[in-house]
Design a protein around this ligand. Structure first.
Ligand code: FES
Length: 93
């Protein structure tokens, strides 16, 4: 994907589509945004001030049956809890 703005060292994508939305992806996205110090309500890619992470709320990541799902760089995570999201972010530092 081509980007028109700089991105963080790690790129996190959280699915916002129906199955994930019904399984708490908005809460998951908000939790990660809060942890990174970025605005969860802003549109598009948000990057933390330290440049370590960028996050975006994206359309279906094609694993609707295991919602909520997220990606961190090329790694895919299913049925992600808030605690698991914290661990995923920590593992990238
Ligand atoms: S709705 Fe989230 S992966 Fe399809």
């Amino acid at each position: 994907m081509f980007r028109q703005e700089p991105v963080g060292k790690n790129v996190v994508k959280v699915c916002c589509t129906l199955s994930c939305a019904l399984s708490g992806s908005k809460e998951l996205h908000g939790h990660i945004c809060k942890k990174l110090g970025v605005d969860a309500k802003a549109y598009g890619l948000q990057t933390s001030k330290d440049g370590q992470f960028s996050i975006e709320f994206v359309e279906c990541l094609a694993s609707c049956g295991t919602a909520p799902v997220m990606m961190c760089n090329d790694d895919f995570y299913e049925g992600v809890t808030l605690e698991q999201a914290d661990e995923i972010l920590e593992s990238q530092k």
